[in-house]
Design a protein around this ligand. Structure first.
Ligand code: GUN
Length: 282
């Protein structure tokens, strides 16, 4: 029997706990979100982040810049936020326009306010299995979901598809730290099926609808779908993951749906990280 993982229930449970904790605080945790340009998906993501933060009693602001903003303007704003005692957590929504040096922007964030855990100082902590200040939101949410559903990680064969700095790369390090045997596939990998067929857990973060098909998987596999693909259907636009859900769910023991699986957990991790950084700054 396939079990469909429900990220929303776990998110709501964790957010309720954070809200109760935050209600006892005189000074509230505070998250500042920077967005550049008008990408509709990015706008939805940052609005959701702010809305959730406010719902649980945190403070949050969205700082918007035009698509053609100069890099030094962004660096100036980040410097201001780094030095603002009322701001505990800074998030720069990615991707940034091509004329902006993303690495430079990320490296300008004070590592103690780096809520995404993208700064090389924080990423390095994960890659060296040292005590990290916070963990990247989506990987942290995925591991929390797997724990909730009592999925054993140590000794398991895990295949991750996608090597982004946001998901695949840090997730590979975090699962390695938890004693999984990790294979990290990406756009240049040949015959991904060769790897997935032997996997106990397949995590797809490639952003390609229909990439993961039932014939690539073994029976009883656990499938975590990080894909957020907007596709056209006869009934209009639809949000789907990387897995061909209907066929894959027949083979999987556990599977995350899109929407309602990993997505809610990313927001939840963001709130947890904001709280962690707040505590460190008191
Ligand atoms: N763009 C897509 N996912 C993320 C994320 O988790 N953090 C940031 N900053 N940008 C993103």
């Amino acid at each position: 029997m396939t079990q469909i993982i429900n990220g929303k229930i776990l998110r709501d449970k964790i957010l309720a706990e954070l809200k109760a904790e935050a209600s006892l605080l005189e000074v509230k945790p505070s998250l500042s979100v920077i967005i550049v340009g008008n990408d509709p998906a990015s706008k939805i993501y940052v609005n959701t982040k702010k809305k959730k933060a406010l719902e649980i009693g945190f403070k949050s602001e969205i700082i918007e810049f035009d698509e053609d903003v100069q890099e030094r303007t962004l660096l100036g704003k980040i410097d201001e936020l780094n030095n603002d005692k009322n701001v505990n957590a800074i998030l720069v929504q990615l991707p940034l326009p091509a004329h902006i040096n993303t690495k430079k922007i990320i490296e300008s964030i004070n590592p103690l306010k780096d809520v995404d855990c993208f700064h090389p100082y924080n990423a390095g902590k994960i890659f060296t299995n040292s005590d990290a200040v916070v963990y990247p939101c989506t990987p942290k949410g995925i591991i929390r979901l797997l724990r909730e559903y009592n999925v054993e990680i140590a000794g398991k064969n895990v295949v991750i598809i996608g090597r982004s700095n946001i998901v695949g790369r840090p997730l590979a390090a975090m699962l390695t730290n938890l004693d999984a045997t990790v294979t990290l596939c990406h756009s240049k990998s040949q015959n991904i099926s060769y790897y997935t067929q032997n996997a106990d857990i397949v995590i797809s973060a490639a952003g390609i609808a229909g990439l993961v098909k039932a014939d690539m998987l073994k029976d009883g596999v656990i499938v975590v779908d990080v894909g957020m693909n907007r596709i056209e259907t006869p009934d209009g636009k639809k949000l789907v993951g990387d897995a061909d859900f209907e066929s894959v769910k027949e083979k999987a023991a556990l599977i995350t749906p899109v929407p309602g699986g990993v997505g809610p957990m990313t927001i939840c991790s963001l709130m947890e990280n904001t709280f962690e950084l707040y505590k460190l700054q008191q």
